[in-house]
Design a protein around this ligand. Structure first.
Ligand SMILES: [Mg+2]
Length: 253
């Protein structure tokens, strides 16, 4: 079996390629306050170097809203940003974000408003549970809640999404209920096809990244960050280890 180092050495010889990476828990160590998450400094340098390499496209693929991702991600112009698990997409330019517009139907907009109100009811009176509203989804966060508070809140949020026939994603300490069908896998494959990338590197740490691992092919390099079952071919223990691999990829000499 080849190691990740071997796979990346081969990857480095291919063109054109797409380097696509999850943000939280992958490039940026997980934080209790998600607004303090940052890409590890060596990672920022490695991404800038990769993005400046001929035939290499760079993308961040996150569950975060586009605004959030753009604010926190220190990435060079030309980088593609995929937010809200694939429901939002944009490209970073020197003048700001060039966004693909998300257009909700009236029915979807109504459903989003109703989901928001019901999610707030789930969070009410529960310490450490809060609700985030995105352009296409409502998210119930439980990262700061005790287990016995978090679990019933997550169960209720899942039930709410299923009852309304919306897409439900259950990640680490989050339940996201989306009014658009989207997944990191679909968004990643669409970008890959548009770019005509011959091979893709994708790394992620959460259950929602499994959609991306499963959507890619046997020649692609898929990397799970941390523990847990995965469809990815390779594994590293931490964001620090992943960033070390990106540093080596960005500067193979
Ligand atoms: Mg993540």
């Amino acid at each position: 079996m080849t190691t990740l180092d071997d796979a990346l050495a081969t990857f480095a010889t291919r063109r054109p390629v797409l380097v696509a990476l999850d943000f939280d828990g992958t490039l940026a160590p997980l934080q209790d306050d998600p607004q303090t998450s940052r890409i590890l400094p060596d990672g920022v340098t490695a991404l800038a170097r990769l993005a400046a390499t001929d035939g290499v496209s760079l993308a961040l693929v996150s569950g975060r809203s586009m605004n959030d991702l753009h604010t926190l991600a220190e990435v060079p112009a030309g980088t593609f940003l995929i937010g809200s698990h694939g429901a939002e997409r944009a490209r970073v330019t020197t003048f700001g974000l060039d966004r693909d517009v998300v257009q909700l139907s009236d029915e979807q907009a109504d459903r989003l408003a109703s989901l928001g109100a019901q999610a707030l009811r789930i969070a009410r009176g529960r310490d450490g549970v809060w609700v985030e509203t995105k352009p296409t989804a409502v998210v119930v966060h439980t990262r700061l809640a005790e287990d016995e508070v978090a679990r019933p809140a997550e169960d209720e949020a899942i039930a709410l999404g299923e009852q309304l026939g919306s897409g439900v994603l259950h990640g680490k300490d989050v339940v996201e209920i989306s009014v658009l069908r989207a997944s990191k896998g679909e968004a990643l494959v669409a970008l890959r096809d548009e770019l005509g990338a011959s091979v893709v590197l994708y790394a992620g740490d959460d259950v929602t990244d499994e959609h991306a691992f499963e959507a890619l092919g046997p020649d692609d390099v898929t990397v799970k960050v941390g523990d847990g079952p995965t469809a990815a071919r390779y594994r590293v223990g931490s964001p620090q280890e992943l960033v070390a691999a990106l540093v080596a990829l960005a500067d193979p000499h």
